[in-house]
Design a protein around this ligand. Structure first.
Ligand code: SF4
Ligand code: SF4
Length: 121
């Protein structure tokens, strides 16, 4: 089981090998590989820090993001823009659902003020 917070589904989609640190990038690459290659891998959409956050230098020892308010807004907007409230689908179905609705307007509603924005477009 891999735990993913909602806005990280977009980050996974846009990942180009950049991130906060070498450990962060290695872990993110590992999580993404597992999600796309292991058909038995299930996903839990989580409220709070997840399996990508676990290697992030911004994640505190008590499991809180130092930008918690901002990333919670990203999470809320991801859920509402991509209609993820009711979903208990598998990872590939969720990504397909996001892909169907993803356009510039929807992307901006989640990611407008993210520092990585130019890398994810
Ligand atoms: S700890 Fe915060 S900045 Fe780091 S990956 Fe998680 S949500 Fe993003
Ligand atoms: S712009 Fe930021 S929040 Fe949006 S997908 Fe990229 S890294 Fe994630």
């Amino acid at each position: 089981m891999i735990r993913i917070r909602p806005h990280h589904l977009l980050c996974i989609r846009g990942f180009k090998g950049k991130g906060y640190s070498e450990d962060f990038v290695d872990n993110m690459r590992q999580v993404i590989t597992e999600l796309y290659t292991d058909p038995t891998c299930s996903v839990e959409i989580t409220d709070g820090t997840d399996d990508i956050c676990r290697a992030c230098p911004k994640c505190s020892a008590d499991g809180r993001c130092e930008d918690e308010e901002i990333v919670r807004r990203y999470d809320r907007n991801t859920v509402s823009v991509f209609n993820l409230r009711e979903t208990n689908a598998g990872f590939c179905d969720i990504m397909e659902q996001i892909g169907r609705r993803l356009d510039q307007e929807h992307f901006d509603r989640v990611c407008a003020d993210c520092r990585w924005r130019e890398d994810c477009i």
